[in-house]
Design a protein. Structure first.
Length: 151
């Protein structure tokens, strides 16, 4: 994006920069998803869970993580199959850059794989009776006096 802005200011047309920028922005969103989840910075139903007794909260969390693993697994299967078919049929990007579409889509698949592993890891931790990483991160923020997420 910065190269595109600088080239426009210099009066130079950087062909294909929109295509590259779009794919890299999409990749950055999905590659950061697992980290955001483990840090407890995704939207969750804590208004309900915080009001429950600890045992009931743990059960609700197990249920929610199980559903999340199913959805993330389905998403993983779907996007992997989608990108594989793009590779199989030799699809190319429709923009100025005529590259095989599976190349930029691969970052999306990698991000979903990492997210699936993160959610599965949290479910396994909860099944073993350990607090998930997002709850630990949330407790650390609260103990340090950071209540910005509850506003």
């Amino acid at each position: 994006m910065l190269a595109q802005v600088a080239s426009r200011e210099a009066g130079v047309l950087l062909r294909g920069a929109d295509d590259i920028t779009a794919w890299l922005c999409a990749a950055s969103a999905f590659l950061a998803l697992a980290h955001t989840f483990r840090r407890g910075e995704l939207v969750r139903m804590m208004l309900v869970a915080d009001r429950l007794p600890p045992r009931m909260r743990d059960r609700l969390e197990l249920c929610a993580l199980s559903i999340a693993v199913l959805f993330a697994g389905f998403m993983l299967w779907s996007v992997t199959r989608f990108v594989y078919e793009s590779w199989q049929f030799k699809e190319v990007a429709q923009g100025l850059l005529r590259i095989p579409i599976w190349i930029p889509q691969l970052a999306f698949v990698i991000g979903v794989w990492i997210f699936f592993i993160a959610v599965l890891d949290e479910l396994l931790a909860a099944l073993r009776g350990r607090p998930p990483a997002y709850r630990i991160a949330e407790d650390e923020r609260r103990s340090s006096g950071d209540f910005s997420e509850t506003l």
